[in-house]
Design a protein around this ligand. Sequence first.
Ligand code: SF4
Length: 406
Amino acid sequence: MESIRTIYKIGSGPSSSHTMAPKRAAELFAARFDQKEKPHSFRVTLYGALAATGKGHLTDVAIMHVLESLAPTEIKWEPRTVPTFHTNGMKFEALAEDGAVLNDWVVYSIGGGSLANEDFDESRTEEIYPHNTITEIMAYCFKNHLNYWEYVLRYETDGLKEHLEEVWETMKASVERGLVTDGIIPGGLNLRRKAGEYLIRSKTYSKNVKSRGLVYAYALAVAEENACGGVVSTAPTCGSSGVLPAVLYHLKTSRDFPIRSILRALATAALFGNVARTNASISGAEVGCQGEVGVACSMAAAAANQLFGGSLNQIEYAAEMGLEHHLGLTCDPVCGLVQIPCMERNAFAAARALDANTYATFSDGFHRVSFDQVIEVMKQTGHDLPSLYKETSEGGLATSYTHLKG
Ligand code: SF4
C-alpha cells in the first residue's frame, strides 16, 4: 500500500475531484506552453459526472482561472459521454488560430484530488507498506506490540510529522474561520452560513446537548468554508472535509488532548482512509457518498477511539461501524452544489463517528463483520448503484428538490 499522506490534501474547495484536481490538470497542461509559444485558444471538454455536476462544483471556474491568463478558453460539457477509464474525464486542447489542434491531453479526476490516465496515476505512489488490509495490519501490530499510528511511523518516510502538523493547522483554521464567518453561500440556493449560530445556541444548552451542538457547529464551519471555496484539507475529500476536523477539534478543546495525540489520531485516521482508497474508492462519482462521508466517518471514529485509549480491536470496530452504517449512501447533490445534502451530512457523520467510538468503547472490540469486509461491500454496492446516484445530480434529492430549476 502507498503512503497515507495524500489522504490529506490542502487546497481550495468545494470539491477535490471537481475543483482541486481539474485546477491542477489545467496547470499541468498550461505548463506545456511558454510565453513565446502561447496557443491561440484552449478548448476543454468535460465528460461524465464531471460535466453533470461541474457547473455547481465550479469546475469551469477552476479551469478558466488557470487557462484564461494564457489564452481565451471554451468549456464544453458532455455529461452523456462516460469514459470507461473513469467517469470524471477531461480533454484539454490547445488550438491554433485556424482551429487546428496543436496539443491535447486526456486526463481523469479519480477522487480525493488525484489525477490519472493510461500513463500515470497520482494516487499511486511507491508502495511503502507491506500490507493492504486492516486485518493484515492488525495482525502485524499485535505481533510487534504496535498501535496503528506506530505502524504508520514505522513505514512512512521523513517529514510525516510536519505534514500532519500542517494538516492539523489547516483543519483548525478552517473550523475557526467558519465559526466567525456569516453570509450567503454562493451558488444560487441562497443558503445562509449557520456554523456561528449553532455555536452560540449550543452554549445555551446543558452538557450533552451542548456537546452535540458544538460538534455540529464545527462540522458545519468547515463544510461551509468548503462550499464557499475556502482552504480546507481533504479527509478524505473536500465534500467530506468537515467530519474529521469537527471530531478532533471537539475532543481537543473539550478534553485538552495534547497536539501529539491529535497528530497520532490523524495518522491512524489516514491509515483507515488509505485502506478504503486502496481496496475500494473514495470517489463519490465511483461509489457514491459512502466513499466520501462514509469513509470520513470511519476515519473520525478510529481517531476518536484511539484518543480515548481504545485497543486495536476497538479502533477497528469503531471504524467499521462508521462505514457500515453509511453503506449505500448515494451522492445526489442538489443543483450539483456541494451544499445539500453535503453540509448537514458532514455534521451528522461527525456525531455518528462519536457514537461509533462510544459504542466500540462499551464493547470488548470483538465483532462479526470486519472493516475490510465492509470495504468490499462498499465497493460492490458502489458498483451496483446506478449512475443517477454517483455525483451526476440526476437522481435522489437532486431531482426531487428543484428550487433553482423551477
Ligand atoms: S453527496 Fe456526498 S459524495 Fe456527493 S458531493 Fe455531497 S459530500 Fe460529496
